[in-house]
Ligand binder design. Structure first.
Ligand SMILES: NC(=O)c1ccc[n+]([C@@H]2O[C@H](COP(=O)([O-])OP(=O)(O)OC[C@H]3O[C@@H](n4cnc5c(N)ncnc54)[C@H](OP(=O)(O)O)[C@@H]3O)[C@@H](O)[C@H]2O)c1
Length: 289
């Protein structure tokens, strides 16, 4: 069973930049309608113009939604009904990634990550799956992260949200076996051309297994269409992610401890601890991603 992308209605969260934007570009020649979601519609207008220029028959609906507010997710779905749109494929690519030491982060920041990265994707699946099952067609493509498989000091909440999504997607996929609903998780490592990387603490460094957002989107869609449960985009990242989980947990702790030590320099050392709200080395090198 292939996901109903062709001539279907595809809803993409996190569409205004990075991997979500690339997925929108690659789907623009296949879908009938793209529903693009971002926190503000203005950020999506240039992308809508670009997509309609490349495919004048494409319908594009722009919706504003802060995924960290479940009420807004409900409002966004209600808005879809007002457009008489049934979603055939959900592409969930929005996420909030705020690194920082857990003990120093504001609860509001932690809660935003939990809401946007866990509650919103589950809420969307819960609300969209029923109609998909009733119509006998549908697909869920989740852009998660390799971080879900790792220990990430300095980004404990983000790692927890990605691991939670991993458990959810794999379990849901099994529940849906034998139905026409396709479920795929994409778990990238470092991805270039994304806002997270541009703002992040990795300027000047390029892990050998980094891929472009376009390659990530291409491999994600290819895996989704082949019914692959979990896609690790890029050969190098695939290699790292195949190897890492095979290492004994104690060895993975040692790797994580090296990262943790860098976050807690000895007294008198210059290196600062990640400040509240700062963007640190998320998805960084082999020890992180
Ligand atoms: N970049 C990497 O190296 C990397 C590595 C592994 C996994 N990933 C995963 O890939 C996915 C896409 O990330 P990306 O790197 O392409 O990131 P990005 O360029 O930073 O884009 C993140 C997207 O999420 C949206 N977003 C952020 N907060 C939101 C909120 N509260 N409500 C609604 N939308 C929100 C942003 O749009 P607005 O702010 O305009 O709403 C933006 O479109 C994420 O799930 C991320 O965890 C990325």
């Amino acid at each position: 069973m292939r996901p109903p992308i062709d001539s279907g209605t595809v809803l993409i969260t996190g569409a205004c930049s990075g991997i979500g934007r690339e997925l929108a570009r690659q789907l623009a020649h296949r879908a009938r309608t793209l529903v693009l979601v971002s926190q503000t519609v203005e950020r999506l207008e240039a992308l809508r113009d670009e997509l309609q220029l490349s495919n004048p028959t494409l319908g594009v609906v722009l919706l504003a939604c802060d995924m960290s507010r479940p009420g807004e997710v409900g409002d966004m779905l209600a808005e879809l009904s007002r457009h008489f749109l049934s979603v055939d494929v959900l592409v969930s690519a929005a996420s909030v990634a705020e690194p920082g030491l857990f003990a120093e982060q504001r609860w509001g920041c932690i809660e935003r990550m939990l809401m946007a990265n866990v509650v919103a994707p589950l809420l969307l699946a819960r609300r969209l799956l029923g109609p998909m099952l009733a119509r006998g067609r549908g697909g869920l493509l989740y852009v998660s992260s390799g971080a879900g498989q790792l220990f990430l000091p300095g980004a404990a909440t983000y790692a927890a949200t990605r691991r939670c999504l991993d458990g959810f997607i794999e379990s849901l996929r099994l529940e849906l076996e034998g139905t026409p609903i396709c479920v795929t998780q994409v778990a990238p490592g470092p991805v270039d051309d994304t806002r997270a990387r541009a703002v992040g603490g990795l300027q000047g460094t390029r892990p050998f297994f980094e891929v472009s957002a376009a390659q990530c989107a291409r491999e994600a869609l290819a895996g989704f269409e082949r019914g692959v449960p979990l896609v690790y985009p890029g050969r190098g990242h695939r290699w790292v992610m195949t190897l890492l989980p095979r290492l004994p947990r104690a060895v993975r702790r040692v790797l994580g401890r090296r990262v943790a030590r860098a976050l807690h320099p000895p007294a008198g050392a210059e290196t600062p601890v990640l400040p509240e709200g700062s963007r640190g080395p998320l998805e960084a090198g082999p020890s992180l991603a």
